[in-house]
Design a protein around this ligand. Structure first.
Ligand SMILES: NC(=O)c1ccc[n+]([C@@H]2O[C@H](COP(=O)([O-])OP(=O)(O)OC[C@H]3O[C@@H](n4cnc5c(N)ncnc54)[C@H](O)[C@@H]3O)[C@@H](O)[C@H]2O)c1
Length: 450
């Protein structure tokens, strides 16, 4: 589909044919979008939507006035302002909402938005718990809402090409895919932050929402919440969900069969974080292992190409970094490695036929530079298009749920120090009833899902 920027939209909308959009877009076809959460990510997603002339910022909602001020200034419109998201959901000018609040708020806001008849772009990870994610899938299906989950790599052209390459056997049989979140946060990490009185009791209470009431601590709130389990699945569900989602997509994987994890605060970082600075998670999918490595107390590259994701196939390795990817061919020996041929490492009389000889590459090296940009515009575009056609988005709610829950069960394996067998259909562990208790948590009163 031809992509239009905001500027181009005004010039060319009248000339579009049915082959472009499902119908010609006029002024009346503008989508009224309400933004809930306008912090770090909400601001970026707002920018991405503003690139498209058929969106109008109809309303903004945040606990912070300064964040709303900025959004209104950028909006090129006169959006309504709300501090309570339920009021925004009552606004008739809002056709769709973008939810960019911390993870522990996603499910409640999402379910209320669907029930209010709004389509939803919800940031990743879809949910804080597996149970929430399933409820979100159910409500979206029941209310027939168009949903885009913020795993924006799903809308990258270079990634679609990479998926096609792997799926057509380009690197042979992939036995393992690994992904990395590498960063050295030693020594200060988040910095010191003592518990103390919140700047505003109301704001702290609203920020906590369904999460347990705990003393205010600045490190728990804006942006830094991803280092605390009451509000986030940590870097495993923050970065990991992007990577696991891409791996599931490229390899056409559904749910994992088993998961295990080890890690901890091993780097001596001096802050009050709860999540590990060092973590390894291993999932067993049918025929493929997937590994997530979080190394936050040392920044040496995770692999030879310092890539975020690597796919190891029998014929080559694909390294994926931002929107670019490259394939490095394997060199294959036509001589068996074992002793059966009579020549090899194990035969001291004649070592001539080792795997080192007769090696050749069966595939060509490939480099796909991608777009260099960390793009959200195309994901926003896909959502706006799907709102009009009612088609499934690139990152529909079920896709987002399976990718998110894959990461969340990694956290449960870590918490329970176990190897957990996962029934992806029932969404239950089959070998550890204690682990099933972590599939959800008790919301603080009066919060209820649904
Ligand atoms: N797709 C991506 O690449 C990407 C990148 C960064 C963050 N994210 C996701 O975006 C979400 C937000 O992360 P962030 O970094 O922007 O955090 P942030 O703390 O900077 O922003 C969250 C905003 O939500 C607001 N908020 C909190 N509770 C609210 C409530 N009850 N009502 C209205 N507003 C409320 C806060 O005031 C804050 O402005 C997270 O789920 C995160 O995982 C996605």
């Amino acid at each position: 589909m031809k992509e239009l920027t905001r500027r181009q939209f005004g010039q060319t909308a009248g000339a579009l044919t049915a082959a472009g959009y499902s119908r010609v877009l006029g002024a009346n076809d503008r989508v009224g979008v309400g933004y809930i959460g306008l912090g770090n990510r909400g601001d970026q997603v707002h920018d991405a939507f503003l690139e498209w002339g058929d969106q109008q910022t109809a309303a903004v909602c945040d606990l912070r006035d300064d964040y709303m001020d900025l959004a209104v200034k950028k909006s090129r419109s006169n959006p309504a302002r709300y501090k309570e998201y339920k009021k925004l959901l009552e606004d008739k000018n809002v056709d769709a909402v973008v939810i960019s609040t911390p993870d522990h708020w996603h499910a409640l806001m999402f379910v209320d938005a669907c029930n209010a008849g709004k389509d939803v772009y919800v940031e990743k990870p879809l949910s804080l718990t597996v149970y929430e994610g399933r409820k979100m899938v159910e409500v979206a299906e029941r209310t027939k809402r168009v949903v885009q989950v913020g795993t924006n790599r799903r809308s990258w052209k270079s990634y679609a090409e990479a998926a096609g390459f792997i799926r057509s056997g380009g690197i042979g049989k992939v036995s393992i895919a690994k992904c990395y979140h590498v960063r050295n946060e030693w020594p200060l990490g988040l910095g010191p932050a003592p518990d103390g009185p919140p700047p505003s009791e109301w704001e702290w209470d609203q920020w906590l929402g369904p999460a347990p009431k705990v003393p205010y601590n600045a490190n728990r709130t804006y942006y830094n919440f991803r280092w605390f389990y009451n509000y986030s699945g940590g870097q495993l569900s923050n970065f990991g969900v992007h990577f696991v989602d891409v791996i599931r997509w490229f390899l056409n994987l559904e749910t994992p069969k088993a998961v295990t994890a080890m890690g901890g605060r091993l780097g001596g970082i001096q802050d009050n974080r709860e999540i590990p600075d060092t973590l390894e998670v291993v999932w067993e999918f049918p025929e493929t292992l997937v590994v997530f490595s979080q190394m936050n107390a040392n920044a040496a590259p995770g692999n030879a190409k310092n890539s975020e994701i690597e796919f190891r196939g029998t014929k080559g390795t694909m390294y994926v970094r931002n929107s670019s990817w490259e394939v490095v061919p394997e060199t294959i020996s036509d001589f068996p490695g074992g002793f059966a041929g009579g020549k090899g490492y194990g035969n001291p009389v004649d070592r001539s036929g080792t795997r080192r000889g007769n090696r050749k590459a069966l595939i060509e090296a490939v480099v796909n530079k991608g777009t260099a940009a960390y793009d959200t515009n195309s994901h926003a575009r896909n959502f706006l298009d799907c709102m009009k056609t009612r088609a499934k988005c690139n990152a529909d709610v079920l896709t987002g749920h399976i990718s998110t829950s894959s990461t969340l069960i990694g956290n449960i394996a870590h918490k329970t120090r176990s190897l957990l067998e996962w029934d992806g259909r029932a969404e239950r562990f089959t070998n550890n009833s204690k682990a099933n208790e972590f599939l959800h948590y008790k919301y603080r009163a009066p919060y209820k899902l649904g």
